[in-house]
Design a protein around this ligand. Sequence first.
Ligand code: NAD
Length: 328
Amino acid sequence: MLVTFFSTHSFDRAFFDDANRRRGHDLHYLEARLTPATCVLARDAPAVCVFVNDQLGADVLERLASDRTRLIALRSTGFNHVDLKAARKLGLTVARVPAYSPHAVAEHTVALILALNRKIYRSYARVREGNFALDGLLGFDLHGRTVGLVGTGKIGTGVARILTGFGCRVVAYDIAPSPECQAMGVTYVSLNDLWVQSDIVSLHTPLTPETRHMIDARAISQMKPGVMIINTGRGALIDTPAAIAGLKSGRIGYLGLDVYEEEEGLFFEDLSSHIIQDDVFARLLTFPNVIVTAHQAFFTREALRAIAETTLDNITAFEEGRRSGNEL
Ligand code: NAD
């Protein structure tokens, strides 16, 4: 089947070409993001394959459907960027990759916690400058600290598994508590109690109208002074100006972000020769206790292999008139 890929990089091509050897689809790679201006590039492709910062609003979907696209194959777990109601109305099938490597994201979450706590990014730069002083690098033992996980699905459960191994006390909030987490000794509490009790708060829910800006000025005001907040979920789980105010007042002691609410058009690009126009993002980068990674938590060999295999299986199933089970 002819598949037009948007937002592709060399690493996508390598893994998809390898997985496609056994399947024989006709893969047409584009670097452009899918937007109202670029959707014309998919004309006559029955399947379109997209990533997290492609735009799949009603206008784009209508255009794709009128240009004979029938399948939207997401190379992601999250689908908050797709207007599913419009897709259904237009008869478009949308399939995703429900799990590729929860370990990849869970491990990156813990990498952010450790790097922020022990200030690895600062010591790396210092030592290379010949500065071997320790002032300003003081950390704390994770052992015995309380970590609050919001969302204990596949990724949150992975984080719980690692952090209970570190000797942390793990509390959690989820609309559907996980028996696996309960068996590990994770205690479920209300969201308010989680904000109040946690030394570290980590977000692992999908972005929905209910979870949007769940960390806002009110939530931050209830947290422990000096709290560490980690977000590897979706950017808009956090109200960024409220987080900046929390950093300025010292209420937030550490912030680790792999996602940002306005990351579209910023992340996944080399903009090192450009002036950043987003003043909120630019302010975030000025804090010595903030680490931002550019949506790389998923980025392991194992995850890319699994994304390519599942996405192509979804496409094959659609071509053969079967359900893959990954349709939304
Ligand atoms: P999952 O579906 O296994 O788990 C999500 C959990 O959130 C579930 O337990 C669900 O009950 C809970 N939840 C849903 N709505 C909630 C609400 N309103 N309040 C509290 N809990 C709620 O998903 P997952 O695989 O663990 O992934 C979680 C999220 O991580 C994804 O939705 C995606 O946005 C994000 N993600 C980020 C990256 C990255 O590279 N940074 C990669 C993959 C996924």
